[in-house]
Each structure stands twice: as structure tokens, then as C-alpha cells.
Design a binder for this molecule. Sequence first.
Ligand code: DC
Length: 221
Amino acid sequence: MRINIAIDGPSGSGKSSISKILSNKLGYTHLDTGSMYRAVAFACLKNNIDVKNEADIVNFIKNIKISFNDKNEILVDNENVSSLIRTNEISMLASDISAFAKVRELLVEMQKNIASKKGYILDGRDIGTVVLKDAEVKIFLTANSEVRAYRRMLQNKELGIESDFEKIKKDIEARDYQDINRKASPLKKADDAILIDASYMTIDEVVNSIIDVIEMRIKND
Ligand code: DC
């Protein structure tokens, strides 16, 4: 039986890495919904779209094509933007534009269509509460902001980027605040989601605990 899996949580909680590992282990497809908000933010910036104007962004989205290549990298109008959307500027801008209800509507519709075939792992902020309300497995993955900032700092170091711990922590907390407090589909644990606090867990431990949940769910059906 192929099911859909929803993984929500704040930025830097490891949703994307964990979803990628799970999708390889299970032979499922991973849809990183945050990359869609990031790609739209990036494309708006590149095309001088007023990112404070909801109607302009909505019009713009209707005229571009967002797709994924066979390596699961995101494309805007067939241009691979996957390596250009991970900057601090795009992180914050993606969070800004994701607060617009009509922007969300368009992206949520695309996400629902993609996942309708089942066998998907979607990670984001509103997957369990809005996009896949009927997902068979829902996980809310979190970690405290110190741990998330520390992990981000290590990732930056590996990329040769020097970064300031306090600044990263402040940016993470600012984005959490914005994502949790927006009116349209705020970041929130679905009532039927399982909470995993990964602050002091290894990636393997998190992956294995989610696999346990999935197996239990499939066995019980
Ligand atoms: O997961 P991420 O950090 O790549 O997401 C970037 C921003 O996009 C995040 O700050 C909030 C927004 N987002 C959202 O509102 N809903 C989603 N399903 C995924 C991301």
C-alpha cells in the first residue's frame, strides 16, 4: 500500500534531509514544498516583481512554470534554480511571500495535484493541516533554536562560509515568529501529527522513529 507522508516543522529542524533519506529508503518521491516558495521568491526578485504586492505575485505565478527535473531539482520556466534559492535573502523573502493567502492557494493546489498519485513525502509548514489533511502519516519535526542554529553554522562551515552563531539564531527565530504568527495557514502541529523533538537525536534515530510510525500505520490498515 502506498501512502502519503506529511512532515512539518520550523526551518532548520532537518525536515528536508530526513525526507530525502526516507524517500530513498521507501522508494517514495520527496516534494520539498519550501523550495516552491523559495523559487517563486527568487523569480520575483529576478523579474522585478513587487514582493509586497500580492496581486502582482499571483499574476506572475500564473505565468511561470514550476517543475522538477529527474534529480528532483526545482526549475522555473525550465531553468534550474535549485542552487540559487538557499541564500539568507531568499529564505526571508520566501517567508514574506508565503504569508499571502492567494500565493499559498496556487502553490497548495500544485502540491495537492502532485501528491494525488500517493507515494509522496511532502515537507513544509502546512502539509498536515492544509495540503494533505488526509495524509496517512503526519509528523511534526522540531528542535530548539540553539541546536538548529548550530547545525546551520556547521553546514555553512562545510560550504566554506564563515557565519556568526548569534546572527543565525536570530534569523531562525525571526523566521519562526513570522511563520507561526501569519494569518494564512501558520506553522502549526496538526492535531493528529506525531511530535518528534529532534534536538538531541541523530538523523538515524529520527529516520528510524518515523519508519516505525509508517510501518505501524501500514500494518494497522
Ligand atoms: O522549508 P523552507 O525553509 O525551505 O521554507 C521557506 C519558507 O517558505 C518558510 O519560511 C515558510 C514558507 N513555507 C510555507 O509557508 N509553507 C510550506 N509548506 C513550506 C514553506
